[in-house]
Design a protein around this ligand. Structure first.
Ligand SMILES: [Zn+2]
Length: 267
């Protein structure tokens, strides 16, 4: 019995988990003109579907013994989740502007779980793929193309926190696996043809998210933080527009990824 208690962690606080949310990678969310922003015809449905996927991740985390689960409402200025809808054992983090440290501190969490994530701009087979904004063609860190997944991975890695699980479209799952090959992933949808999408049913997506989150937290020791070596050059290449017909590029530099992020977002 003593052995059992020791190995199930009852003598220590369970892991602390951060769930980072977005909307574009939620199952069933496929239309930028109807489903992504407050006021759009189907935005309330998107919020409901996101909430269902997030709460499934919370359930999986608690089943794996997590002692603390924080949900960061990461889409478009934190307007996609509500405290009366999230799992009662979770805490909701909302606000803007996003701080350069993404609300992290050294080892503040034992792992990060992504829900509703999409692939980087230009990703083959991506659903609603973009990097921060649909006006951006590419973001690179020291020459390596990254999307929002890689940006979070880099800052989390700076603070010694690994990414452990991702739910989103198939292209987003593939993108996480390039920087965290051992991660658990749940593809809740995938591109079909040019712009059509296969989605799992919401209940099936929830079941898989619950299971994958639990599995990832059950083997936290398998995951290493993603370390970007400094000095860092964070580069944004914008698509051509009326003012800049041949596009434009913005570069932010720092001794490390946090400093480069501070140059981009401010301190
Ligand atoms: Zn978003």
């Amino acid at each position: 019995m003593l052995v059992l208690l020791a190995t199930t962690g009852l003598f220590a606080a369970g892991p602390k988990i951060l769930i980072v949310t977005d909307v574009e990678g939620v199952g069933g969310v496929n239309h930028a003109d109807e489903q992504l922003l407050p006021g759009q015809r189907r935005f309330e449905e998107s919020k409901r579907l996101l909430t269902g996927e997030v709460n499934a991740a919370v359930e999986g985390a608690l089943a794996a013994g997590a002692s603390e689960v924080v949900i960061w409402d990461g889409h478009d200025g934190s307007r996609a989740l509500s405290i009366d809808q999230i799992h009662p054992k979770a805490v909701l983090l909302q606000g803007r502007p996003t701080p350069a440290d993404y609300y992290l501190k050294p080892k503040l969490y034992d792992g990060i779980v992504f829900i509703g994530q999409h692939a980087m701009a230009g990703a083959p087979n991506g659903v609603l793929a973009h990097s921060q904004s649909f006006a951006i063609e590419q973001i690179t860190i020291n020459g390596q193309p990254v999307g929002e997944i890689g940006q979070v991975a880099a800052i989390a890695g700076f603070f010694e926190i690994p990414l452990i699980m991702l739910a989103g479209d198939q292209a987003a799952c593939d993108e996480l696996l390039t920087i965290q090959p051992k991660a658990e992933t749940v593809a809740v949808k995938r591109l079909a043809g040019k712009a059509s999408v296969f989605s799992l049913s919401h209940d099936e997506a929830r079941a898989r998210i619950r299971q994958a989150t639990r599995a990832a937290i059950g083997r936290l020791k398998d995951f290493a933080p993603w370390k970007v070596k400094g000095p860092v050059e964070l580069k944004f290449v914008y698509k051509p527009d009326e003012k800049h017909p041949s596009g434009r590029t913005q570069v932010y530099r720092g001794a490390n990824i946090l400093e480069a992020n501070q140059a981009w977002l401010g301190k």
